[in-house]
Design a protein around this ligand. Structure first.
Ligand SMILES: O=C(NCc1cccc(CNc2ccc3[nH]ncc3c2)c1)c1cc(-c2ccc(F)cc2)cc(O)c1O
Ligand SMILES: [Mg+2]
Length: 214
């Protein structure tokens, strides 16, 4: 029976990466995607921008919307301070199953809570389920038409505080026009665009970093 791309990606991690070494997991996935099969991880170029934002924010609480195979989960979690927590939401059970094993291979399971489900259902439950007051950093990388409604939902649920950072992938390709229009014109956010390229390609893309002003 045919394997899935996430299953082949996990096999590449288990073959080429060292257990407990997050950087080797990231490298193995990037090599797989460059040499074997393209996949929609944030990738190495945008990943460096992600790393610099995580390092700058040094967050205690992180929400990732869209785990996929756990590539950005591993990049973020490997840079968090000891007590910090990363909650990552994945809707697709197949993706979630692979991501759990990738995160475990990197040795980061203690820092990561992977929740299977849709953002719209879980964002209102974050406080009661995980005792989270607010998120210091949110990485948006799920369905592009959910970026805007979920941002509004996080505002309504009081999950953002003065200074919370939103970092959104793919604001050019595939694109998130309604989200960009809202976040760049809202007086409640200060936004900055980081020009880059679609993972593993020369196609234009970028990340939008936005600070919630309260
Ligand atoms: O579409 C994308 N990613 C989102 C996505 C996609 C599929 C499935 C899921 C299922 N996971 C999921 C869903 C809903 C959810 N709600 N809460 C959590 C949650 C989790 C998520 C994407 C596409 C491209 C791309 C493709 C093709 C191309 F030519 C150029 C570019 C590049 C990317 O970097 C991308 O990120
Ligand atoms: Mg993406």
């Amino acid at each position: 029976t045919q394997t899935t791309r996430p299953q082949r990606m996990l096999a590449a991690v288990q073959k080429n990466a060292t257990r407990g070494d997050p950087r080797s997991v990231v490298k193995a996935i990037d090599q797989f995607c460059r040499q074997k099969e393209w996949a929609m991880n944030v990738g190495d170029e945008k990943g460096c921008i992600l790393d610099s934002v995580v390092t700058e924010v040094n967050p205690e609480t992180v929400l990732e919307l869209g785990t996929y195979c756990g590539y950005s989960t591993v990049r973020i979690a490997s840079l968090l301070p000891p007590q910090a927590k990363l909650i990552t939401l994945e809707f697709n059970p197949g993706n979630a199953a692979i991501a759990r094993q990738v995160i475990a291979w990197a040795g980061l399971e203690d820092k990561v809570e992977l929740v299977e489900g849709a953002s719209g259902d879980f964002i209102p439950k974050m406080k009661e389920m995980f005792g989270i007051k607010t998120f210091d950093l949110v990485f948006l990388d799920h369905w592009k038409d959910r970026y805007l409604p979920d941002t509004k939902l996080m505002e309504e649920c009081g999950l953002l505080r003065k200074g919370s950072i939103l970092l959104a992938d793919n604001v050019i390709c595939p694109g998130t026009p309604d989200y960009l229009e809202y976040i760049r014109n809202s007086p409640r956010y200060k936004s900055q665009f980081f020009k880059s390229h679609l993972e593993y390609t020369k196609v234009e893309d970028g990340l939008e970093k936005s600070i919630f002003l309260g």
